[in-house]
Design a protein around this ligand. Sequence first.
Ligand SMILES: [Zn+2]
Length: 247
Amino acid sequence: MLTEQELIHYSRHIILPQIDEAGQEKIKQSKVLVVGMGGLGAPVAMYLAAAGVGHLYIADHDQVERSNLQRQIIHNLNSIGQNKVDSAQSTLKALNPWIQVTSIKQKLGDQELDDLLSKVDAVIDCCDNFKTRFAINRAAVKHQKPLVSGAAIRFEGQLAVFNYTDQSPCYQCLYQPDIQLDENCFDQGVLSPVVGTIGTLQATEALKIITAAGQVADGRLLIYDALNGDFRKIKVTKDANCAICGA
Ligand SMILES: [Zn+2]
């Protein structure tokens, strides 16, 4: 149940008929894993904390560097040298002291992800490498949990929701594991607010999954072309022969 203070705090959600008090209670009871506290993870974690997600699990094994601050707005100058999850945790707690935040500092392999996915309602992929993306997908398919995937590089961003229903594609239906595994985001340029745009869309989809508001963006890939100010949609179907989710 929401306290009197929470009813005021979340009143702009509660007056939305698609959310209402019942939806806000669902948000309060929800548990969400955010993998990566970088450019995408920053707006995702901040919006989910501000929106009242009851238990956030945040994972990152890196420390904050000066060159992160151009886009990773959950951190600030005082965070340089700190673990990203510690810096993120203090920002999130300042935004919303009622939520629980669990920090995970180690690199996530199959075993850690298996354990985490058994605990949460959804996972938000905000990581910067394909190896982890495929591992998150394997764990999400195994535990039948929705995966909200985002990526941003240079002036382009992508958003997709996987594993939402039995009929939904998984990440590996779209991308094969032999994809250019060496193109990691850490050695590429990216325009600062592009990660904010995609991260904010990821947080929006996560809240829709939790509250069942609207139509979740599954079965399609949304591509944001920031240079031309344009969004495109590509249909993504489940691959019956997928090594991960196929029969
Ligand atoms: Zn698949």
